[in-house]
Design a binder for this molecule. Structure first.
Ligand SMILES: [Zn+2]
Length: 276
């Protein structure tokens, strides 16, 4: 593709899809992040805004799908180094990288970034440099202590968020977005922790959907909270997994990081250095 000045063609592996948020200017959109494959080194990229539910069905990419899209530095208040504004009319979606062979193909793409920074290091850099500091990272927790699950005070069962526009420019109407019923958080020590553990919200799309599904299936809130903890602690962070967290911040609060998603290949599956 030939790019107009200011635009670039990004080829990336999507690794993160956060629960949708509603912004006054952007409408309903999803924070999507991934790893760029068109650069000499692996580096993170954030694509925003992505009004995911408005994309054509074949373009509603899954996590670990390859995508190619034209993008530019947004003329917005988001100055974070990884952030780009995509032109979704140029979006092309490729295949999903499988988990076969003990996640070999995913490791192949992510290995240089896995554990390359820590939660403490990201927070410290943001404290000094604000939005100019790295805003995405794939960290390896030293010890995962717990998953806490609380009720979301913003969750309104009957009405969702209630502030959706009635129709978009093309007259399409989406089912109003429902806020996630619960807020799950990981409590963990990163490799650099010397004081208190981190306690960070999990804002992965799947975490939000899981809570909604459990309530739809008529589980009580208590059962749903327990099931979410089982999923994110006993399954995704069990000793049989080499669990890593995708961390990211919000541009308004660069010092405070959240868990955007979990990378959980089998324990011992990371290829030895020099194998690629
Ligand atoms: Zn730490």
């Amino acid at each position: 593709m030939d790019d107009k000045p200011g635009w670039e063609t990004v080829t990336a592996l999507i690794t993160v899809k956060a629960y949708p948020v509603i912004g006054r200017k952007t409408g309903e959109s999803v924070c999507v992040a991934g790893v760029r494959l068109d650069r000499p080194e692996r580096e993170f990229v954030r694509l925003f805004p992505v009004p995911f539910r408005e994309l054509a069905t074949e373009n509603q990419f899954k996590k670990y799908a390859f995508v190619q899209v034209r993008a530019q530095k947004g003329m917005t208040s988001d100055r974070r180094p990884e952030s780009l504004r995509p032109d979704l009319s140029s979006l092309r979606v490729g295949e999903v990288v499988p988990t076969a062979r003990r996640w070999h193909d995913r490791w192949d793409l992510l290995d240089p970034l896995a554990g390359a920074t820590t939660a403490c290091r990201l927070a410290a850099a943001a404290k000094v440099s604000g939005q100019d500091a790295p805003s995405l990272g794939l960290v390896k927790p030293r010890e995962i202590l717990d998953v806490t699950v609380a009720d979301n005070p913003d969750y309104k069962k009957a009405t969702g968020l209630g502030d959706m526009p009635e129709a978009d420019l093309f007259g399409n109407v989406l089912t109003p977005l429902e806020a996630t019923p619960f807020i799950a958080k990981y409590r963990y020590y990163c490799e650099d922790c010397t004081g208190n553990p981190h306690h960070q919200s999990i804002i992965d799309w799947e975490a939000g959907q899981l809570g909604r599904r459990l309530l739809r299936e008529h589980r009580t809130a208590e059962q749903a909270r327990a099931a979410i903890r089982t999923r994110f602690l006993d399954e995704m962070a069990s000793p049989t997994k080499d669990t890593h967290f995708y961390l990211g911040n919000q541009h308004q609060y660069p010092g405070s990081f959240m868990v955007l998603g979990v990378f959980w290949p089998p324990a011992g599956s990371r290829p030895l250095p020099g194998l690629f």
